[in-house]
Design a protein around this ligand. Sequence first.
Ligand SMILES: C[S@@+](CC[C@H](N)C(=O)[O-])C[C@H]1O[C@@H](n2cnc3c(N)ncnc32)[C@H](O)[C@@H]1O
Length: 293
Amino acid sequence: MGEADNLASASAYRTVREAAARLKEAGVPEPAASAEILMAELLDARRGDAVRLKEPLTGEQAATYGGWISRRLNREPVQRILGYTYFRNLKLDIDEHSLIPRPDTESVVSVALTRIDERDGSCRVLDIGTGSGTIAVAIAQERPRCEVHASDVSEGALDVARSNARSAGVEVRFHHADIAAGLDVLCGNVDVLVSNPPYIASAEIEGLSSEVRDWDPHGALDGGPDGLGFYRRIFKETPPLLTEGADVVLEIGHDQDRSVLELGRSFGFSPVGTTSDLTGVPRVALLMWGAGT
Ligand SMILES: C[S@@+](CC[C@H](N)C(=O)[O-])C[C@H]1O[C@@H](n2cnc3c(N)ncnc32)[C@H](O)[C@@H]1O
């Protein structure tokens, strides 16, 4: 009798409890959530229902789940094990080229949507550093009258983003570009610029959790020596793309609100303010291109 057959006699309930205990023992963060979410996805059930199921798993289910728990023990994030995650109304595929979309970034989309609504719901939007297409695909889905463009320097990330846009049934125009270089086609036409750029200071990366440091692409994290390198480049390089009065919506690190607004001011943008994420941390900086009112 193989290990899978042994496991097959166990219920989801018992298997999850044992997996959570192993993960906890190994010091893996959020052991219960990891074990429960993986079981729920395996059984295509709601999390609360999956963990109560008393009937035995099949051998195949037990083997798949066992493999997933081994990967989690190696600190691979749940979303990478599954190959997808949920963001707003979307199920987004991710691979080794894409940052895992974070709940924090939902606040960025919310702010961008309010600015789009101020423009009657139809304007030209550009998402710089789109990763898996997170922000661009969400905006295209929720404000279908917008013309949405998205760029990334990573071809691998763009492939995943294109596929996510197709799956969501939305049109996003993708560009391979290094910040503004490669986006001449948009010259003077962008009404809402949105970005979640890499913003971790280089020296802080070593101290991040293994789930982030060892599994997210380095190029999606490293914001240079002070973490502000990409904001500096965005403020310096994007003005030729923007309409006068364009909104600029940027995700920021937990302590970067003042520095980003001031940096923007020094490049001729008008700071409007910041919005906090669901945990109360300033997470989104809003600026306007030009002198403002
Ligand atoms: C923090 S991730 C954000 C990904 C996605 N927008 C999200 O919120 O899930 C930053 C993204 O910027 C991209 N990036 C890094 N350097 C870039 C550059 N010079 N020009 C354009 N994109 C860049 C990375 O490849 C990565 O996809």
